[in-house]
Ligand binder design. Structure first.
Ligand SMILES: [Zn+2]
Ligand SMILES: [Zn+2]
Length: 158
């Protein structure tokens, strides 16, 4: 799927939700999509400058990322304090179909995978959390992982 068609779709979604998909917002999302992994706002600002020829101050990148999150086009990964494009931009309902999403983050190459959690598993988790006297504050679950490619690379290095 080309970045262009994803951007087109994002534009339609922003319009439907009353948000403006300005040029700078498009650039930041294009940068996120092109990087294909979790990146910090600083890395993203550098990418936009070096690869896309657009100088966007880091503070603006943060504000734009907040907008993209509100449109469900990007996710913040609190575990690593980085951001990633949603991998389901073309499927508007994807996040609504599932109780929760697991974000698997490779701690070597920062590749992200969004994996839906079934309602059964989610409710089981919720029960354990509630029994412990806590409540879910954020239904986004993030896991510190290593991807198969990095695991294979590391074991062959050793
Ligand atoms: Zn997503
Ligand atoms: Zn990896």
């Amino acid at each position: 799927m080309s970045v262009e068609s994803i951007l087109d779709h994002a534009k339609v979604r922003c319009k439907a939700q009353g948000g403006q998909f300005t040029h700078k917002r498009q650039i930041v999302l294009a940068g996120l999509l092109a990087s294909g992994k979790a990146v910090s706002a600083y890395e993203l600002a550098d990418y936009c400058k070096n690869e896309l020829g657009e100088n966007i101050p880091v503070m603006s990148v943060y504000r734009i990322l907040e907008f993209l999150q509100s449109m469900h086009l990007a996710h913040k990964l609190s575990l690593v304090n980085k951001f990633a494009a949603c991998s389901h931009i073309l499927d508007d309902d994807e996040h609504q179909h599932h109780a929760s999403t697991m974000f698997l983050i490779c701690n070597q190459c920062q590749t992200i995978k969004e994996v839906p959690l079934t309602r059964d598993i989610f409710h089981g988790l919720q029960k354990s959390i509630n029994q412990a006297g806590f409540q879910f504050k954020n239904k986004q679950l993030e896991f510190d992982c290593i991807c198969d490619a990095c695991a294979a690379r590391l074991s062959s290095d050793a």
